[in-house]
Structures are given as C-alpha cells and as structure tokens.
Design a protein around this ligand. Sequence first.
Ligand code: GAL
Length: 805
Amino acid sequence: MKNRIYLNNEWYFSETFEPEMIRAQYDRSGMKEVRIPHTCKETPFHYFDEHVYQMVSGYCRLIHAPKEWDGKCVLLTMDGVAHDCEVYLNEQKIGEHHCGYTAFTMDISRVLCYGQDNILTVKVDSRESLNIPPFGHVIDYMTYGGIYRDVYLDIKEPVYLEDVFLHSEIQIGADPEKDMPVRLLSDICLHGNTHGIYLQQLIREKGTENERILVEKWDVNGNSEITMDTAVAHAKLWEIDHPTLYEIKTRIIKGEEILDEKVISFGFRKAEFRKDGFYLNDKKIKIRGLNRHQSYPYVGYAMPASMQRRDADILKQELGVNAVRTSHYPQSHYFLERCDEIGLMVFTEMPGWQHIGDEKWKEQAIENVREMVIQYRNHPSIILWGVRINESRDDDAFYKKTNEVAHKLDPYRQTGGVRAGKKSSLLEDVYTYNDFSHDGSTPGCEPKKRVTSDMEKPYLVSEYNGHMYPTKAFDWEEHRVEHAIRHANVLDAIAGEEEITGSFGWCMTDYNTHKDFGSGDRICYHGVMDMFRNPKLAADIYAMQQDEQVVLSLSSTMDIGEHPACNRGKTWIFSNADSIRMYKNDRFIKEYVPQDSPYKNLLHGPIEIDDYIGTAIADEENFSKKQAAEIKEALNHVARFGFSNLPKKVIWIALKMMLIHGMKPQQAVELYNRYIGDWGEKATVYRFEAIKDGNVAKEVIKEPMTGMHLWAEADHIELKEDHTYDVAAVRIRMLDENNNQLYFYNEPVLLETEGPVELIGESTISFHGGMCGAYIKTTGREGKAALLIRNAQSQEVRIEFSVTV
Ligand code: GAL
C-alpha cells in the first residue's frame, strides 16, 4: 500500500463559502473544478488591488477511504492555506489553522467512514482584516489566498514516527581515522504505543546505491521521546560548493515488521555566526544573498515544485549568490529542498511585516515560530531563524518568547530578527538590520559599530537598496546603470567590512504590492529581475561575482542619443573574465583587467571604459607621441562628459594645442568627428571580448540595430505531472541582430497553446523593456504540446513540449 497519497486534484472551488458545502448532498455543479496549488483569484499583471483576492471561499473534495485503512492512523496535511481556514470532514469540524505560510496536520482516522467516499470541505479566509500575522497594518507585498501548497494523506500504523529532528556535531580538523569527527543526533518523537518496538537508522549518500546501517537496533523502552546519538564514519560535509546530502532513513520495527519509516535528506555541517563573520564548517564565508518573495505573475503564491526549484537555481546559478532570505515568511519545501541540493544558504523568518498586534495576535505569531522551526529544521541550508516580525519595533516580552521557542525547538541554530532601527534591544544571537543608508553618493553601508548595540554579537545586513532606487526594465539607460552600480557599491562596501557577516539585497524579483508601495501600478520595481525572472542590468553585478560561467555585459547600448546632451557618461563593463578587449570598427582600443576596477573589495568589480580612441590618433595623425596622448585624453573626456565643465587639465591641453601648436577650431572639430562623434556616414561597431584562460570566452557587439528577432526559451520542455500539474516558465525577449536586448520595445505578443497544456494568465501581453514571459501548465493529459509566440515585427516562435502524466 502506498502510504502517502496526494490530494491535489479533483477539488471543487467557490469564491464564496456556504455552510451547506460541508454536506455530502450539496449540489457542487456551481463550483469550479480546480487543482492544487490554487490561487483563489487570478490577477492581471499589474493595476489591480488586494480586494480581488480577499474572500471567504470554499474548497471541497471527496476522499475515498478503502476498508484497509480502518484501524490505521490517517493524517491529513495541508502545506499552505492562505490565510485562515476551518476544515470539515463528513459535516464535522476537525480543526482550524491560522497561518498562511506554515503547514498543518490533522488526524482524521476517527471521522473517516471506511469503504466509502468522505466529503472534505475547507473554508478558506483570505481577507487581510484577519487578526493574525502579517495583517493589522500596511504590508509591502500582496498576500494572495487559496490552498496554494500540496495536500496529502499519510496512512500510518497506530504507532508511527511523529517527528524526526536531525542534527550533527562536527569536529573540524579531527583525524577521521581515529576520532570519528561527525556525530548524528536524532531527536525522535513517536506516536502511539511504543512497547515492544525498536528503531533502526540507515544512511546513504544521496544519488548512490550504497545504504548502510547506522543504528541496528535502538530499544525505545516504551518511551515516546528518544535521542539517538551515533558516530558517522567517513561523512562528507555539506559545503556550498559541494553540498553533499545523505538520505537518513529512520524506521520503527516490531518483530520483523517495519511499521513506519521516514527518509530525511540531510547534510552534515556546522553553521555559525561569530562576532567577526559567518563560518561554515569553520571556514569564513561572506554571505552574499538576495531576498526572495514567493509570488509570481497572475497566480500569486500558487506555483508547483518545478517553479519553486527553479528560483533556487536562478539564485545560485544565474545570480551567483550564496544565500537567500525567504522574506517575509517560510517558503515552499520544494524551494528549500533545492537550496539543500545546490548549497544555497537560507535565512528563513516568521511571517509578518512591521506590525505587532494584540495579545491574541502575538500568541499566533509565537505559534508560527513553533511551526516554522519544527517544520523546517531538518533543512541543512537553513542557517538562521528570523524570530522578529520584519522591521517591527522592540517588544522585549514578545521577542523573549519567540527566541525561547526557537532555541528550545532547535538549540543548534542561531536566531536573528530583522529590524529597521539601530541599537535596538537585542535578544537574538545575530543583529540583523536593513541598512538603507546608501543613496548613490553615501558609503555603501554603515560600519557595525554604528548599528549594533552589542559588538560582541555578530552583525548581518538583511536588506539594502530596494525602495531607495526602484528601477524598471524599461527605464532610461542611466537609471538602469545607476541601479546596477548601487548594488555594486553596497556589495563592495560590505565585502570590505570584515565584521559584517554578509548581506541580502532587496530583492530578487519585482513583485505585486499594495497601494502604499510601488510605482502606482501595484508593482514594486525593486528586483534585480522582473516578475518573469528576466534579468535587469543589476543582475549582472551578482552574476559576475561567481566563477562558474563567464559573464560579459556592457552597461550601455552605446547609443549616444539616449544620454543628456549626447554625452556618454560612465559606461561600465560587467565581467568576471581575466581581461576584456575592446575594439572599435575592428580596431583594437584597449584591454581592461580586473585591477582597472575602482571596486577594490569585490572579486570582480565593474570596470569603467575610459578610452574610445586607443592608438588611432598616434597612428593616423601627424602629432608627436606626447601631443597624440594629450589630444586623446581631452577627446576621451569630451566623449564622456561633454564640453561644459571641462576640467582644468583638458582646458590647458586645448589652449596648448591652439596657442602653441596652432591648431584651428575646425581641425579640433574634425578630430572630434573622426575619433569620437558617433554620427556620420559609417556606423560605429563596438566589440568586446571576454578573455578567459587565454581564449575568447564571450563576445558582445554593439552597433546601431538593423534587425530584430524574438527569442524565447522554456526552463524545461519535458513536463511531468508528479504530485500535481507541472508548469514551464518561458522567458521572451526582443533582440537585435547581435542578440542585444531592445530595451524600449514594449509591443504586444500573442500567445497560443496546442495540445494538453494551458496558458496561465493572458494570451495577449506586451513586452516591458524588451522582455516578458509566459507560464504554461499541464492539464492531466499526456502528449505533445506547443507554445506559439507571435508578434507583428518578428517571426513566430514555436516551443515544443512533451507531457507525461
Ligand atoms: C523594507 C522591507 C521590505 C521592502 C523593502 C523595500 O523596509 O522590509 O519588505 O518593503 O523595504 O525596499
């Protein structure tokens, strides 16, 4: 018998709840058939408000309980119901739950009727007037509603493993032959009559066949709470570059029979915030992370496993960060599991945003901490618990309790609590603070001593940038460049502060929000990516901090007309290459090396282009070497900053050329036009080569666009229904003939599907800054499918998919 049964299909949904819905005879023909994850209301891309998803809705489903289940424990788990719910089975209320971001489990054995269908009904309240976190005041994100994470049944024997909490103790540097440096501690909680049973534990490295016994036979002696302590020979550690995972299987055995077993993906690691930095397995690592909201266009929170996992991959592989903060609530286990697998560290926090409510509200908040810690504590990727409501005021009595709960349930992990104030009351282990002090001209961050009340405790920057400089993909170039540069400024400053353990930038993607925030269209354009997970320029600042893939991009399209007075201003190279060669109309201009970057703390900092001439004047004109160098310097200055406010040095060069060398103004103009001025007969072609290990690893060409084409790519094309429908994300961009994004292309796109898939959201959308996206979902049927993407100015693109069920 399969002992976990997913209940994600065949639900009936209504936007209004009626008490009669709990009855078997209720006429469900007026309800809509839906699948989980489900959002109670699909939304437009922007320009809507929270009223659309605020409702008390009803979900119903039949559960067939075969006769064999009689006498077993049948547990119903709902992983995420936003935000408050009452659960009914066969007309009886079996429980309620008051948090939209944690799971709950109910034993339904006694209410089930065996050998027949049972009617399960869930009344879901997604109104923001609820007296539970995060509600009570304003919130800078939409909170959506619905049953948006998995629902399943576990069929257990009367004695079963209620909880297994794993933790490891590691002695770094010990001799593995002699000392057995890794110990596994398992806190096990058993349900039912535990007489005559024993526990067994097995281990195997994930992805390998070799399972070995860790604990042969552990007599529980009738106890229901047991701690097993075992040495683990030859354990590999969970490191961010080699996140070795083990599957640890804990079993309950009676006689010869296995009554229950739980397999936990676990990593052996020691994570520690110390006063001088963060240490993973005793190695100091600067945390470089981003904040992530779990929302998506159209469907809010309701996305299945593949999309959750993809966000972790984007963070680690595309944005090159080593950590993520799940702002401002616990997120999908699928996301966390992927973080475990790829070595992405996580700071996860209790739900809430600035507001602290009354005593009842606080009780619920404490319960949320309890649920968060119990449900997430086996993830090796989680390195810190956030036990303060994000950016709330001090409340020592309240936060003493949240800290106590977290420490009691997980004595091995430290706590933090995100605040907006300096030197506030510190009950946590780590001072976590949103440092929004950088405004483009001020230093990238504040030093630790100006922020924390306790220099002996570690310090972490939990947010920066965000609202300080909202940036749209279709903003003008200098705005987008400033956005990118501010991220570089903060990262560089934090990299230079030895005592700051690291930082999380605000934020990974744009997100829908309430009227009090955002740009008026109910979007906070704070992401380094847009809502479809398309990168903005600032994404390159993160991407270039890793060395897995060569990054090369230019901060400019090189169109001078985009700049005030046609002065280029500062143009930056974003790259992690060994060097970057620049060519203008195939003439070599300059080779830039990482040391040219003014960012001295970053592994790879942006490099400013300061030469558009190279040796051209020296080679082609009749000047002495010194004169050619001076003219080049003056022209390069003018190219970037124009003729007004010339620095003294440039004025002096000009005077010298005219008074001493007799250069006529007309001659100067000709030189300008020949070497700098970008208009005239011949189009200028700029080419950049990223050199890695002596080879050209990447090339970027910038020239006036003459042709464009639509580019689209799906994150995966083999769709598979597992516990529910699958979704593929498609990124769509308009590119020029050199594959450069066309930033001001905002025209419509038509989307159409073929075969057993459906489009999520609208079928007519438009580009935003040369990019947009689509999501398609499976429908429970197998076969070949396709997405067709059409646009008036380009060839149709067709992406083919296969769907297996
Ligand atoms: C912070 C807050 C975030 C987000 C951010 C925007 O104050 O914690 O949720 O609103 O500002 O910059």
